[in-house]
Every structure is written in structure tokens, then in C-alpha cells.
Design a protein around this ligand. Structure first.
Ligand SMILES: C[S@@+](CC[C@H](N)C(=O)[O-])C[C@H]1O[C@@H](n2cnc3c(N)ncnc32)[C@H](O)[C@@H]1O
Length: 240
């Protein structure tokens, strides 16, 4: 696999920096929609994995200004860009960004209240092991929030990216199964069905399964520089 072919999954160099700017435009609606489901407390300690440009680290820190916010990415370009975007808060010690792979993160057990992963789980290796590594660094009852702007492969362009980068566009059902294998205790899937303006909420616990379909009046029109094209968004929140 050439460097050029892994650019979404590991943006590097000048081309990678430009791509991260594009991702910010395309991912802003799904990111803001998902953050609203995370119920972040003002002193929650948060880690954003696969932090890309660092824009979501900034957004998350605004939600929990009383705690330090962390970001990791295995691309040195993403780490550099995240530090630059959050320079002021990095200098003050309120944000820290490190180069690390989700497979092996430089944190003690039971460190974080919330771990987020925006548009990145597609690229993670040995996915169940990666989910277990996230669980290791979560505090008891901490939450892992995975955000995806697709529910499986819905278009030929997506199939092409999956083929070229060797990544996986999981469905919500597949994610539930993988998170169960990683032994998370309670899994809630928020599925925004954009065309119908509905939200399907599935909850899986040891006691059983529940699902509800409700109106979703979220309007991305005001915040999107680029009109989102994807038909479904997922925010999957799993408790340790
Ligand atoms: C498609 S970009 C998404 C960036 C950002 N989270 C966003 O929503 O715009 C995927 C990011 O995840 C990072 N990434 C992919 N696999 C990773 C891994 N195994 N460990 C750490 N970071 C990873 C990539 O380097 C890249 O910055």
C-alpha cells in the first residue's frame, strides 16, 4: 500500500494538512450532532483518539473547561496541526496532544471519563483489541463515543475508499457485536436517518434490547460549509 493510498487513514505532509482542513468542513455537522449526545460534564477528563486537525479537541474542551483534554493520533501531521490549532491551551497545560496508536496508548488504566473517536474507527487495526485498549483507559462507568457519518457502505465511492485503504465501514449492528466482544456493559446507538429527519435509538444491555424511533429536528444547514451527502450518521456510546 502506498502513502498516497492511506491518506484518509493517516494524513501526512502538506497534502495531509489540506485534507484535514477538508475533513473539518465535511465532518462538522456529524461531529456537532454527536457531541450533543455525549452529556459531557464540565470536569470530565476527555481523550479524543484519531484527533485529526484538533478541532474536536477544542470543542470538547469547551464542554469540560475544568479538566484537561487530551488528543492522540498516529499521524505526526495530525498531532502538529492539533497542537497549532489549540496552541494557547496547550501552552497553558489545559490540552495535551500526543503521537500514539490506539493499539497501545501512553495512559494509565482508569484515566478518562469520556473517550471519543470521530470518523476514525474505520481505520483501526484488530478492532476488538483496539476497543479493549480504549476500555482499559476509561474510568469505571466511563463512556466510549464512536462517531461515524456512514452506516455501512452506501455508495460506490465509499466502496472504493474501503478497497484502496483497506478500511471497514461498519454498520451499527456490526459495531454492537464488536463492542459486545470487547465486553462493554451498555451500548447505545443513535442513528440519524437524515432523509426522514428521524433518529433511531437502539440500546443493548445485559437485560435485553430496546429500540425507539423519534423525530430529530437537528438542522445542519446553519453550520455546514459543505452540504453533507451521507444518508445516515451514527453516534455509538458504550459504557465500561
Ligand atoms: C478520517 S481522519 C478523521 C480526523 C478527525 N477525527 C475528524 O473527525 O475530522 C482519521 C484520523 O484517525 C487517525 N488514525 C487512524 N488510525 C489510527 C490509529 N490506529 N491510531 C491513532 N490514530 C489513528 C488518522 O491519522 C487520522 O488523523
Amino acid at each position: 500500500m502506498t502513502e498516497e493510498k492511506v491518506r484518509f487513514g493517516k494524513p501526512e505532509g502538506k497534502e495531509g494538512e489540506a485534507l484535514l482542513d477538508q475533513m473539518d468542513k465535511h465532518h462538522t455537522p456529524v461531529s456537532l450532532w454527536a457531541i450533543e449526545h455525549m452529556n459531557i460534564g464540565e470536569d470530565d477528563v476527555i481523550l479524543d483518539i484519531g484527533c485529526g486537525s484538533g478541532l474536536n479537541i477544542k470543542r470538547l474542551h469547551q464542554k469540560s473547561p475544568k479538566a484537561k483534554t487530551y488528543g492522540v493520533d498516529y499521524s505526526s501531521t495530525s498531532v502538529k496541526k492539533s497542537k497549532k490549532l489549540n496552541n494557547h491551551l496547550v501552552q497553558k497545560g489545559e490540552i495535551e496532544v500526543m503521537e500514539a496508536n490506539v493499539q497501545d496508548m501512553p495512559f494509565e488504566d482508569d484515566t478518562f471519563d469520556v473517550v471519543t473517536a470521530f470518523e476514525t474507527v474505520y481505520f483501526w487495526p484488530t478492532i476488538v483489541e483496539s476497543f479493549k485498549e480504549v476500555k482499559r483507559v476509561l474510568k469505571p462507568n466511563g463512556k466510549f463515543c464512536a462517531v461515524l457519518d456512514a452506516n455501512g457502505i452506501y455508495a460506490p465511492e465509499i466502496e472504493k475508499v474501503a478497497r484502496e485503504e483497506g478500511c471497514n465501514f461498519y454498520t451499527d449492528e456490526e459495531l454492537i457485536e464488536l463492542l459486545k466482544q470487547a465486553e462493554y456493559s451498555r451500548i447505545t446507538v443513535y442513528n440519524r436517518k437524515r432523509k426522514e429527519n428521524k433518529k433511531l435509538i437502539k440500546t443493548v444491555t445485559a437485560e435485553g434490547y430496546d429500540e425507539r424511533l423519534i423525530d430529530d429536528n437537528y438542522d445542519e444547514g446553519d453550520i455546514a460549509e459543505v452540504e453533507p451527502v451521507t444518508p445516515e450518521w451514527l453516534c455509538v456510546i458504550s459504557e465500561k
